[in-house]
Design a protein around this ligand. Structure first.
Ligand code: FMN
Length: 166
């Protein structure tokens, strides 16, 4: 008898957004990940996300507006609380996206502030050789190009997490 392997994975997309721009990006990231077969997507505001949600996910994608060139404090709060499971997020796939006010406003340092925490957790980050190398950035309200890049980010993260689970 041939035994079929179940490779279902969970991708968590968690984000903070005060004026809706990062939220639009988060929805597009979730949409992209949900198009991948065998992937369950959980989309949550960071205020509603618990550290147990991080533990349950195979991949964690975090979105934050750029605030003073770094992640917004509600995102940092979740990250600091995640010390409860330090060592147990090792090997999960991570990624980041951000909405900022303008060019040169610190979007990439914001992405790196999220990615650094993920690396300290032992998570796996895939770069992008084509564009948005560190994660997706949108200035203000995301346009269709940025939304498509968000969908692509979700898809790539889901596909990598599936490969690692295989
Ligand atoms: C407290 C605060 C700090 C900000 N700092 C920056 C900044 O350093 N660089 C930047 O480009 N935009 C900055 N902005 C603008 C936001 O990143 C931008 O408006 C973003 O689109 C908001 O995302 P949201 O609609 O998801 O809340 C800041 C906004 C606020 C409220």
């Amino acid at each position: 008898m041939k035994v079929m392997s179940m490779r279902r994975i969970t991708v968590l997309v968690t984000y903070y957004s005060r004026t809706g721009n990062t939220e639009m990006m988060a929805k597009a990231v979730a949409e992209g990940a949900s198009k991948v077969k065998d992937v369950e997507v959980v989309l949550k505001r960071v205020e509603d996300t618990s550290v147990e949600d991080l533990l349950k996910a195979d991949a964690i994608i975090i979105g934050s507006p750029t605030y003073y060139g770094q992640l917004a404090w509600p995102v940092k709060k979740l990250i600091d609380e995640s010390v409860k499971y330090h060592g147990r997020l090792e090997g999960k796939v991570g990624a980041a996206f951000t909405s900022c006010g303008g060019l040169g406003g610190g979007a990439e340092t914001t992405l790196l502030s999220i990615i650094k925490a993920m690396l300290i957790h032992g998570m796996i980050i895939q770069g992008n050789a084509e564009e948005y190398h560190y994660g997706v950035v949108a200035i203000g309200e995301p346009d269709e190009n940025a939304l498509e890049a968000c969908r692509e980010l979700g898809r790539r993260v889901a596909e990598l997490a599936l490969k690692l689970k295989a």
